[in-house]
Design a protein around this ligand. Structure first.
Ligand code: XCC
Ligand code: SF4
Length: 646
């Protein structure tokens, strides 16, 4: 564990304040957990049945296996894929909830939501094979929502997930068919994986890993439909300018943080807040100020330009400002400790979802049929809380940075299209072929207090940019860059290599935006990573190569959640090289570790690599990208030589 807690100056100030008032934060709790249990840390602790926990104790007679006889490779494989099941369940359930609401809108049962992006609806319908010509919008919408819901309950194993089939390149589908990892239904595959890893079922680590990859493709499918349907309901983001860090919290306003993942409620709060400024003023405030935390924050940032307060590891510190009147939370990545943090102040923690409650916090049962009313009532709760705020306790770090975000796939293509209207994706392929940029990297994932908060994220970004690598970002990683002041045009001047700078200069000249483009294109929340993969798929197609040949690396420098494991795993199946910046729970079995870091490449073209040191990880990333480019160049040379000889 690192001595420095965070690189964020505002967070450091708030940690001092927490110490002053005697509140133990997640940073203190992380320290309390040291030293870690080696068995758990390396994945060789099995708790799958009540005879456990069993550990692998190679030196004791009979200790080299669990009580049932499970070897280290079985235990490690089972533990790992159960993370994937958890992550895929979370992402896809989020998608299912959006699909449910979209169906109710299409059927005319719900009047609080509406279709905002009809063009996107038509594109999605077309992609998944739903007829659009001469049909009513609402009928098409009903079919799209029903197709999404059908992904969950399908049990006919001769079928394949619709979104997966619609969006993955044919070459990938072939690989997945050959390895039998294309899921028929999301619920089926996730249930099957829990079955497969039950005590006394599968002992074969490779078979277990393939079961895990199937679940990971469910994660991808659930993510993709969640993004598509959210765009249809709430609009597809376009570049926005806003700010990030705790300084975005305003002393004179009613501050409401939107935290979690699902935009169903938070988007309604954004809409309602626009109309309710007067109510806040009547309470003596200068208005309502919304800020985002984690991926709900990313959702409302991408679509509405809501400022980022902070990211995962520092969520408690937003409360420490003493100016947070309400934190509205939905699902995932919400620390239960928020409530104890709130007790030091007047802050109301408002849980809103039936599966997410925190003992002692305020639960407001959000109701999709009365979403507008729910959102308004929640804002009123925040205004009431504001009235009890003790201004003497307010201490907001004076730190905030300019952020340019909102880079959905559509937004990126729109910008590239200003240079090449016929074939927008050609713009980045040209830049790669000319050697102006070396390749593409996606910086994604969480915070993990096994390291210094946000250090790995920002150090990777600086190093890769210096090496002329075009950066995509999402989730809490994107927020790390935004908090650090790197998600703007100034950061390009400061950190980009000469080639990347030239590429940006051409983009900026053509884009016609009021702000310069940022050092990394923020594609949205962690449920939105399919936007990045869609982008890479287009690049592959334009380059005339398969996905695993694209000079592209994914990095989760501070991975934490089960969702991160699921995301990393489908990325590997997709053919991407995936860096993870924490010790992976596979290292307890040489065999399993070799499968995911080496053998995977032979099968899928993608693989994991673990590196906790950001600078070494960046160097390895550059190496992989250069190697992939070199291979493309060699193949081209060979083809040209052959053509000349003929
Ligand atoms: Fe959660 Fe999405 Fe991870 Fe952040 S990045 S800690 S999952 S909020 Ni997705
Ligand atoms: Fe131990 Fe086997 Fe039970 Fe795991 S499944 S806890 S290894 S007996």
């Amino acid at each position: 564990m690192s001595e420095q807690r965070t690189i964020d100056v505002a967070a450091t100030q708030m940690l001092d304040k927490a110490k002053e008032i005697g509140f133990l934060t997640t940073f203190d709790r992380a320290k309390a957990q040291e030293p870690r249990c080696t068995f758990g840390n390396t994945g060789i602790c099995c708790r799958i049945c009540l005879q456990g926990p069993c550990r692998i104790l190679p030196k004791k007679p009979g200790g080299n296996k669990g009580i049932c006889g499970a070897a280290d490779y079985t235990i490690v494989a089972r533990n790992t894929v159960r993370y994937i099941a958890g992550g895929a369940a979370a992402h896809s359930d989020h998608g299912r909830e959006i699909a449910q609401v979209l169906l109710h809108v299409a059927e005319g049962h719900n009047h609080d939501y509406k279709i905002t992006d009809t063009d996107k609806l038509m594109r999605v319908a077309k992609n998944i094979g739903i007829k659009t010509e001469g049909r009513e919008v609402m009928d098409i919408c009903k079919d799209v929502a029903s197709a999404a819901l059908a992904e969950f309950g399908r049990v006919d194993e001769t079928q394949e997930l619709t979104w997966l089939k619609a969006y993955a390149p044919e070459e990938r589908l072939d690989v997945w068919r050959k390895t039998a990892i294309i899921p028929a239904g999301i619920n089926l595959s996730l249930a099957k994986l829990l079955h497969q890893t039950h005590v006394g079922t599968d002992a074969d680590p490779v078979n277990i890993i393939f079961g895990g990859l199937k679940a990971a493709l469910c994660d991808y499918d659930g993510q993709h439909l969640a993004t598509d349907l959210s765009d249809i309901l709430f609009g597809t983001g376009v570049p926005v300018v806003t700010e990030a860090n705790l300084g975005a919290i305003k002393a004179d306003k009613v501050n409401i943080a939107l935290h979690g993942h699902n935009p169903l409620l938070s988007q309604m709060v954004v809409n309602a807040a626009k109309e309710m400024q007067e109510e806040a003023k009547a309470a003596g405030a200068a208005g309502i100020n919304l800020v985002g935390i984690c991926c709900t924050g990313n959702e409302v940032l991408t679509r509405e330009g809501v400022a980022i307060a902070t990211n995962f590891a520092t969520q408690e510190l937003a409360v420490m400002t003493g100016a947070m009147d309400a934190m509205v939370v939905d699902v995932q990545c919400i620390m239960p400790s928020l409530r104890s943090a709130a007790e030091c102040f007047h802050t109301k923690i408002i849980t809103t979802m039936p599966i997410m409650k925190i003992p002692g916090s305020y639960h407001f049962a959000f109701d999709e049929d009365h979403a507008v009313e729910s959102a308004k009532e929640i804002i009123r709760l925040a205004i009431e809380a504001y009235k009890t705020r003790d201004q003497a306790q307010v201490n907001i770090p004076n730190i905030k940075n300019k952020v340019v975000a909102g880079f959905t796939l559509e937004a990126i293509l729109n910008i590239f299209g200003k240079i090449n209207p016929e074939n927008p994706i050609r713009v980045i392929v040209d830049a790669m072929e000319a050697g102006e940029i070396k390749g593409i990297a996606a910086l994604i994932g969480c915070n993990n207090l096994k390291g210094t908060h946000d250090y790995n994220h920002t150090a990777m970004a600086k190093e890769l940019a210096k090496n002329d690598i075009f950066l995509l970002a999402g989730g809490c990683s994107a927020q790390a860059h935004a908090l650090a002041g790197m998600m703007n045009g100034d950061a390009v001047k400061e950190y980009a290599g000469e080639g990347l700078k030239k590429f940006y200069a051409r983009l900026n000249a053509a884009a016609g935006l009021t702000e310069e483009l940022p050092l990394m294109f923020h594609t949205g929340s962690c449920v939105d990573y399919s936007r990045q993969q869609d982008f890479v798929n287009l690049v592959a197609k334009e380059m005339g190569v398969s996905v695993p040949e694209v000079p592209f690396v994914v990095s989760a420098p501070e991975a934490m959640s089960e969702k991160a494991v699921a995301i990393g795993s489908w990325n590997v199946a997709y053919g991407n090289a995936v860096h993870v910046g924490v010790i992976a729970p596979t290292v307890g079995s040489q065999l399993v570790n070799d499968v995911v870091t080496k053998v995977a490449e032979d099968v899928f073209g993608g693989f994991f690599f673990w590196e906790t040191d950001a600078l070494k990880a960046a160097a390895r990333t550059v190496e992989i990208i250069e190697e992939r480019s070199w291979k493309i160049a060699m193949r081209k040379k060979a083809r040209d030589a052959q053509a000349a000889a003929e």
